[in-house]
Design a protein around this ligand. Structure first.
Ligand code: HEM
Length: 160
């Protein structure tokens, strides 16, 4: 009887160990690899193009180039087998005067596209977390938050 219990406990422990050591699925795989990323890019670009809040920005853009560059950029960001060879984010968006609101709308369209395509919230957040650091390069200089002063001025409000 005791040996049966030991056997069951050992089996359970081994099962837990196997679960704990199974590697998390890579983001590239979670996005459905090349075809999944292509659907996501098509859907996000389609939604942005159809959004009148962007004015002429997307209707005057080269959407084939945008889709193709976004495909390789997201593939690379997701650790897929691609190398993004397009413009830097600062170069690509210079002169567009992109505001914080516009950046947020673009991110919302990307998130809504992922929801529509059935990606889990976890996968959505993993991709959005990798896109977020590009914000500073994409935003127009005039819509960046004020720079921090070089020397903090009484940051804790305690006086001298
Ligand atoms: C994380 C957010 C974003 C990413 C990753 C991204 C990525 C890109 C890439 C890869 C390109 C093409 C670069 C090249 O031609 O080599 C591009 C171009 C462009 N992006 Fe973005 N972008 C982002 C945000 C935005 C936002 C917020 C807007 C507008 C509000 C925008 C509008 C455009 C437009 C209009 C083009 C030019 C397409 C063309 O005519 O070739 N992007 N972006």
């Amino acid at each position: 009887m005791i040996s049966l219990r030991i056997c069951a406990l050992t089996g359970f422990a081994l099962l837990l160990l196997a679960c704990a050591t199974t590697p998390k699925e890579g983001l590239y795989q979670a996005l459905g690899e090349g075809p999944g990323i292509a659907s996501l890019v098509n859907e996000a670009v389609h939604r942005s193009h159809a959004d009148p809040r962007f004015g002429e920005l997307f209707s005057e853009a080269d959407l084939d180039n945008l889709r193709s560059q976004l495909n390789s950029q997201i593939c690379e960001l997701a650790d897929g087998p691609c190398v993004y060879e397009g413009l830097s984010m600062a170069e690509a968006h210079s002169g567009m005067q992109i505001s914080r609101a516009e950046f947020n709308w673009f991110v919302e369209h990307t998130r809504d596209a992922m929801t529509a395509l059935g990606y889990s919230v976890g996968t959505q957040n993993r991709l959005l977390a990798r896109l977020a650091p590009m914000r500073a390069e994409i935003l127009s200089d005039t819509d960046m938050p004020a720079q921090m002063p070089e020397e903090p001025v009484d940051p804790l409000g305690m006086g001298d």
